[in-house]
Design a protein around this ligand. Structure first.
Ligand SMILES: Cc1cc2nc3c(=O)[nH]c(=O)nc-3n(C[C@H](O)[C@H](O)[C@H](O)COP(=O)(O)O)c2cc1C
Length: 194
């Protein structure tokens, strides 16, 4: 009896961990039209931009670059140091760009490089800066070997009102040869009505 109660308590805490918020909506394929797709991304050295451009070509959606008001240092070590502190602090830098007519989009691909196992800080600002109620976010990440890490999980935390599609993680170093993998993943997460 004691064992059974404990098992039930464990199951309840597992299934009840996130309540019934949109956070828990199962990753499933969404159907939409090109005019309602936004591909928002931040990229420091071009890999995530490349992935975003491919997703734009595959979906016909609108490309949007998330730019911080103050650019990150172009020196790699300086950037890594600054990013380490900001990622640890969950810092949300001011942004220099704003989406026009955000309300018209219902599916938003959100791209980030994996920085210290999480999203780059400008992407955190982006997700916190708009009303994502009723929208589906589909994360995509480029990385240096660490994969998705905590990127998708942290995006869900910052953006609890959105439903989430299954995120894609792609190696930054081979992104320019990842056309087939990107195509396959896009077809798995979204159906485009023409
Ligand atoms: C500040 C910084 C932190 C990084 N941290 C990680 C990391 O924790 N794990 C990882 O796999 N790659 C890490 N990388 C590598 C990038 O995720 C990878 O090169 C990515 O493709 C870069 O995308 P971008 O060209 O769009 O900026 C880091 C790169 C930078 C500049």
């Amino acid at each position: 009896m004691k064992k059974r109660t404990m098992a039930l308590m464990m199951a309840a805490s597992f299934f009840g961990a996130g309540g019934c918020s949109a956070e828990n909506v199962a990753a499933q394929k969404v159907e939409t039209e090109p005019g309602k797709i936004l591909i928002a991304y931040y990229s420091w050295s071009g890999n995530t931009r490349f992935a975003a451009e491919q997703i734009q070509k595959l979906t016909g959606g609108t490309l949007f670059e998330i730019k911080p008001a103050k650019a990150y240092p172009s020196d790699y070590s300086a950037c890594v140091d600054q990013a380490k502190q900001e990622c640890r602090d969950e810092f949300k830098p001011e942004l220099a760009t704003k989406v026009e007519d955000f309300a018209k989009y219902d599916v938003i691909f959100v791209g980030t490089p994996n920085w210290w196992s999480t999203m780059a800080p400008p992407v955190r600002s982006f997700l916190a800066g708009y009303d994502f109620s009723g929208k589906t976010v589909i994360p995509f990440v480029t990385h240096g070997g660490g994969g998705m890490a905590r990127c998708e999980r942290d995006m869900r935390k910052v953006c609890p009102k959105a439903a989430f599609g299954r995120g894609g993680a792609f190696s930054g170093g081979s992104i320019r040869n990842a056309g087939d993998a990107l195509n396959k993943w896009v077809n798995e997460v979204v159906t485009i009505r023409k």
